[in-house]
Design a protein. Structure first.
Length: 191
């Protein structure tokens, strides 16, 4: 049974922080693969602030195309929006019965996790690998048996910072792979 980590996000745009987290999870934990699950709409984010979902999917594809144990999933594109993690997990479990799915999330998400739809069911039925985030540390959920705190390198980089930098005409080389940068420039995204 393949153990697959699900890394949900808007990836608007994908950047080296996302890639480092995914690579760490795929290579330094017992996960066989990590899937970037590109969310068409996060229930906690304003829809108009999101880049086109197909552009965001393509940028993740470009970022990971030469990597064996990192994949991209558009599974949520065909599900009702906004996407709730529990619904996606249920759908994936039915579609891939030979996979053992693990949720990957940042420590910041633990703060609001109790507000998620069916968070109790997620904790009961799934394992969650948590990567550290700057400024977060005292969450009681950390002690839950379904939660594994990882030693993933801490990342301060955010997609918001990249979008703001592009809008201001700043150079974002090294923050995202060159292929993603070329795609952003060709399509005039975020400017």
């Amino acid at each position: 049974m393949a153990k697959v980590g699900l890394f949900f996000g808007s990836f608007n745009p994908v950047h080296v922080g996302h890639l480092i987290i995914a690579n760490y999870m795929a290579n330094y934990t017992e996960l066989d693969e990590v899937w970037f699950v590109v969310s068409p709409q996060n229930p906690f984010k304003k829809k108009e602030s999101l880049g086109n979902m197909y552009d965001r999917l393509e940028m993740v594809n470009l970022a990971i195309e030469d990597t064996d144990n990192l994949k991209v999933s558009a599974i949520e594109f065909g599900l009702p929006q906004p996407s709730y993690t529990i619904d996606t997990l249920t759908h994936l479990a039915e579609k891939y019965p030979s996979h053992d799915f693990v949720l990957i999330m940042g420590e910041d998400n633990l703060e609001t996790f109790s507000k998620w739809k069916n968070s109790d069911v997620i904790l009961r039925d799934y394992h969650i690998y948590v990567y550290p985030r700057p400024g977060y540390s005292g969450n009681t959920l950390k002690e839950h048996p379904s939660i594994t705190m990882t030693q993933t390198p801490m990342m301060e980089l955010s997609s918001t910072f990249l979008r703001k930098s592009i809008k201001e005409g700043k150079n974002i080389k090294f923050y995202t792979p060159d292929k993603v940068l070329d795609f952003i420039e060709k399509k005039g995204l975020y400017s």
